[in-house]
Design a protein around this ligand. Sequence first.
Ligand SMILES: NC(=O)c1ccc[n+]([C@@H]2O[C@H](COP(=O)([O-])OP(=O)(O)OC[C@H]3O[C@@H](n4cnc5c(N)ncnc54)[C@H](O)[C@@H]3O)[C@@H](O)[C@H]2O)c1
Length: 313
Amino acid sequence: MKIIVTGGSGFLGSHMIPALESAGHTVLNVDIRPAKHVEVETILADIRDAQRMKEVIKDADAVLHLAGLIEAGESVKFPQTFVDTNISGTVAVLEAMRENNITILLFSSSAAVYGEPQTIPITEDDRTIPINPYGMTKLAMEGLISSYVQAHGFTAVALRYFNLYGPKEHHEPESHAMPRFIKQIYTDQEVTVYGSGEHQRDYIHVTDIVDAHLKALDYALQNPGAYHYFNLSTEKPSTVLEIAAAIESAMQKKAQIKHLPERPGDPLMLYANAGKAHKQLGWRAQVSLEEGITETVQYFTQYWKEHSDENQD
Ligand SMILES: NC(=O)c1ccc[n+]([C@@H]2O[C@H](COP(=O)([O-])OP(=O)(O)OC[C@H]3O[C@@H](n4cnc5c(N)ncnc54)[C@H](O)[C@@H]3O)[C@@H](O)[C@H]2O)c1
């Protein structure tokens, strides 16, 4: 199949694209910035540019929509920017698909659609009341996609997960805990933990997320004309302090933990039930936290050694 990946220059895209190619697909990346961590044909374009989307999202069998703004904290400061990119950008992608008769869509949603969970672990049909604009845009994007399934015969799968981690995670600025902790320990800085560090989080390795997207593509082909949505979770939550300890052990270096004030709206437990994905996609997270962290630490330490003369990102 020919698959257009939006946002393929990012962290998940840099893993998704080689996996799609290995599975025999042809990939075209559409991103606002060049792909630095993956080799792929890339068209530089902004998803908010509806006319441009109609020109570039064509002659393909499916779209994997990853492009967007992802930082929940930033979304609180700049809600309109998140609405413009995530919601209006998604409308432009969907309209381009509709005009060019592409009807299969995979979407990286987020467990942020649930907001403050009422029950743990979270299941797909729990209430969705986001607590930041990022989560709100993800929920709105899901709603838009589902409306194209109803109105225009699309087939779509949305995958909801929390803390993705792994090699090649180069967000700028990096606010995600795992790469931040690794960098802080590597550069002998204090490891900054919000609150007690006893918060339980759902860390899932990028390889497992990639595998779920590949399975979701097969599932979409076998179950056309419907909107499907799945939680992706290891179902083995870890506390933030456990993550820091696992990184210490992989780096064989002691971390100096510095506790910062608790962040408002930071639930104590946040992880999902993945039973629906086990049953319907035949998917299960495989990478243990120890293996995943060891691999991630190795990647970053090697990367920083090789790029020590550059601004480390
Ligand atoms: N990283 C996580 O922990 C996580 C968790 C849940 C869901 N997700 C979702 O997965 C997807 C990919 O996440 P990621 O970690 O790879 O993020 P990322 O920031 O590394 O990649 C997103 C890509 O989108 C591109 N982009 C942003 N605005 C654009 C625009 N206007 N036009 C075109 N391209 C634009 C960026 O240039 C970037 O390459 C996102 O939709 C994110 O919300 C990520």
